[in-house]
Design a protein around this ligand. Structure first.
Ligand code: GLU
Length: 466
């Protein structure tokens, strides 16, 4: 059974790039009838924070993702926090050391920097010189006895490392270019390559979907797993997301956290439909449910070219998701400010009236104020339109309202007959006086919500001082 994972580091809020990795991993697992693991990579004790661990779980759930193993659900391969897996890592360090595949390195940061600078000056890509790889057991014992701090390094053979990436195709790296790399730091903390690879294997991960920025880590991880005799997952490195300026997506060129999108009022299904198409192609361009997105997910449909972030597309999916949303969802989404203004018994009619004109909750709030707010505040254009129509027009409108009530068509026809105004000259002043706006939802839907008394007060105000 395929098993994949999402392995975030809780050092910040989930951004679009990471959220897409999580989404693709979840869609893949679901499409294959497999399992999704959530693993928290919190080995960086300084930067990892519990609040981010909590937030990322909330944000994933908001997006509609669920994991089969991990925080909150447990599972056989736990713990799912790397900070709780030290003893597991210790056993594997030992195994590598005993096999002579890893060795302690006593080089100081200053020595390493000097060596790197010398290599760079000679036009070479810097890598570890291999100095401590050649220490005899006696030399190691002597340094240990002096209490010198040591890292643990992996001994990399010069051979080529090949693997077939499920997105990027065949990849070949030369061991000689990689150089012996660190598995454990002097403070005892595990390096990313190491615990990430060991955990994938021990958690039974068959497929790793992650950003292309991790591609160059993969040969190191394959070497570690081979040395430990552990299974190697298949890798699918997802093409980068770039911003509108073509550079990697960051805060600077438009990326936002899921949290920000949520508080701006994006619907989760809009975000999911947008992200699902960033670097993955779907048949058709209709909004799809999570289940349908999973059913149509196929690694073969992942593209190699960078995916460009496009705020207009995201907005397009927002409109699709809003059009598909039912009353309950929209009403909840409109939020407390709208709930405070719109009487509950008029909520259905209000939502039906304004939904074509609303992209975010603050738009709904604006319409709630336009319908139910008192006194009504007219915007500048609306005030001009009212003034241009003149008081006699609104005196006729008051009479028409008294005669025809909330049937907007009959009411407007009566104003037309009485004043001779038609087209824009008829409808604009009426809309302006009744809603304070020059455009918006259908008046035939708004007038019954505004109600007789309020409508009369609004027209009256224009009849006396237009
Ligand atoms: N913790 C790593 C990250 O957030 C995980 C990389 C991976 O998926 O292997 O970048």
């Amino acid at each position: 059974m395929p098993k994949t994972r999402f392995a975030p580091s809780p050092t910040g809020f989930l951004h679009l790039g990471n959220a897409r990795t999580a989404l693709f991993s979840a869609l893949f697992a679901c499409a294959q009838g497999g399992r999704l693991v959530l693993r928290i990579e919190d080995t960086d004790r300084e930067r990892s924070r519990t609040e981010f661990t909590e937030a990322l779980q909330q944000d994933l759930r908001w997006l509609g993702l669920a994991w089969d193993e991990g925080p909150g659900v447990g599972g056989e391969a736990g713990p799912y926090f790397q900070s709780e897996r030290d003893d597991i890592y210790a056993r594997h360090y030992q195994q590598l050391e005993q096999a002579g595949l890893a060795y302690p390195c006593f080089c100081t940061p200053e020595e390493l920097e000097l060596s790197r600078a010398a290599q760079r000056a000679a036009g070479k890509a810097p890598r570890y010189s291999g100095k401590c790889a050649r220490l005899s057991p006696a030399e190691v014992a002597e340094r240990r006895a002096r209490g010198l701090p040591a890292t643990l390094r992996f001994r990399v053979a010069a051979d080529a490392i090949r693997f077939e990436d499920l997105v990027q195709g065949e990849k070949v790296f030369r061991g000689a270019d990689i150089g012996d790399f660190i598995l454990r730091r002097t403070d005892g903390s595990p390096a990313f390559f190491f615990c990430n690879a060991v955990d994938d294997a021990l958690m039974g991960i068959t497929h790793v979907l992650r950003g292309e920025d991790h591609l160059t880590n993969t040969p190191r991880q394959i070497l570690i797993l081979q040395a430990l005799g552990l299974p190697i997952p298949r890798y699918a490195h997802l093409s980068l997301i770039v911003g509108h300026d073509g550079s990697p997506l960051s805060k600077r060129n438009g990326s936002r956290s899921l949290r920000e999108l949520r508080s701006e009022g994006y619907l989760p299904l809009a975000v999911a439909n947008y992200l699902a198409r960033l670097g993955h192609s779907y048949e058709g361009d209709a909004l799809q449910s999570m289940t349908a997105l999973a059913a149509g997910f196929d690694l073969a449909r992942l593209g190699r070219a960078p995916a460009r972030y496009d705020a207009h597309q995201l907005l397009h999916w927002q409109h699709q998701a809003l059009a598909a949303a039912g009353f309950d969802e929209l009403w909840a989404w409109m939020g407390p400010e709208v709930h405070a203004r719109v009487p509950r018994e008029q909520a259905e009619a209000f939502v039906a009236a304004v939904r074509p004109n609303v992209s975010f909750p603050h738009h709904a709030h604006l319409w709630a104020a336009a319908v139910f707010g008192e006194p009504l505040v007219l915007n500048d254009e609306a005030r001009e339109a009212v003034a241009a129509a003149g008081t006699a027009f609104f005196q006729a409108a008051v009479a028409a309202l008294d005669a025809h009530g909330l049937d907007f068509k009959a009411f407007a026809d009566a104003v037309k007959t009485a004043t001779g105004a038609k087209g824009k000259a008829l409808f604009m002043p009426l809309r302006a006086a009744l809603t304070g706006e020059m455009g918006g939802p259908e008046m035939a839907r708004l007038l019954p919500l505004i109600g007789l008394e309020r409508a009369r007060r609004r027209l009256d105000a224009c009849a006396t001082k237009a």
